[in-house]
Design a protein around this ligand. Structure first.
Ligand code: APR
Length: 234
């Protein structure tokens, strides 16, 4: 159990594992491959420069899978925690699906971007909601400025979103909980190291993450089973 006192500020970091029970495959769980491409080969600025149609094929597949997924009890438990403690909860996700929002979470920092949002790769126009898929024979969508429309995703080698807000929340938190993330991708993997000694730190997942030694306590199990009974709010 994780007890949340009236003065506690909670930082929750979720990874692909929180959506696994909703039917969205994790990255390392499937060996990090898609049609024999390593994720880095279809989710990087180099891949976009080399073969934008292949990149859109990859993200169109991910849009189809995510569109068919529904929130699981882990997402519901986190939305319930937000209802109980309001802005004393900072929700940060590495996931690009919108299952936290579908479950009722209102404030979610998507540090790796959002699957159902696109943007121009050239002009400063605002990212926009986009549920379309672009697979052959569809062409890569174009912007009026002549640029190409790309997924609003933080690719390998790019800077994650919302880092100022995320680091400010890490400084303030007294309870840090990571859920369903292998602890192998920066900067998220180092968040727990930035708060340990100052905040109580917990991990939830069926396997120990790479950074497990830094956590005070690990709750072994699937997020959908563990989370509904995990938090008690005083
Ligand atoms: N409940 C909780 N955790 C689970 C479950 C589950 N039902 N099923 C699997 N897991 C755990 C796995 O044990 C693993 O530790 O989820 C973790 C998923 O790890 P990854 O596939 O590496 O996903 P993640 O840590 O989110 O990857 C981080 O890497 O590829 C990039 O940008 C991508 O955001 C992603 C980042």
């Amino acid at each position: 159990m994780i007890c949340i006192g009236p003065e506690d500020r909670v930082f929750v970091l979720t990874g692909a594992g929180v959506s696994a029970e909703s039917g969205i495959p994790t990255f390392r769980g499937v060996g990090g491959l898609w049609r024999n491409y390593r994720i880095q080969e279809v989710a990087s600025p180099d891949a976009w420069a080399r073969d934008p149609a292949l990149v859109w094929e990859f993200y169109s597949m991910r849009r189809r899978v995510a569109a068919a997924a529904r929130p699981n009890p882990a997402h519901a438990a986190l939305a319930d925690l937000e209802k109980k403690i309001g802005d004393r909860l900072f929700m940060c996700t590495q996931n690009v699906d919108n299952l936290h929002e579908q479950a009722g979470s209102r404030q979610v920092a998507h540090m790796h971007g959002e699957l159902f949002v696109s943007r121009c790769d050239r002009c400063p126009r605002q990212p926009f909601a986009d549920t379309s898929t672009y697979e052959p024979p569809a062409v890569v969508p174009q912007c009026e400025c002549g640029g190409r429309i790309r997924p609003h995703i933080c690719w390998f080698g790019e800077v994650p979103f919302d880092l100022d807000r995320i680091f400010a929340a890490l400084v303030r938190c007294t309870v840090f909980t990571a859920i369903g993330t292998s602890g192998g991708v920066e900067p998220a993997a180092s968040f727990v190291g930035q708060v340990c000694g100052r905040a109580r730190t917990y991990y939830v997942g069926p396997e120990s993450p790479a950074n497990h030694l830094v956590f005070d306590e690990c709750f072994q199990g699937e997020a959908g089973s563990v989370l509904p009974m995990l938090f008690t709010v005083e």
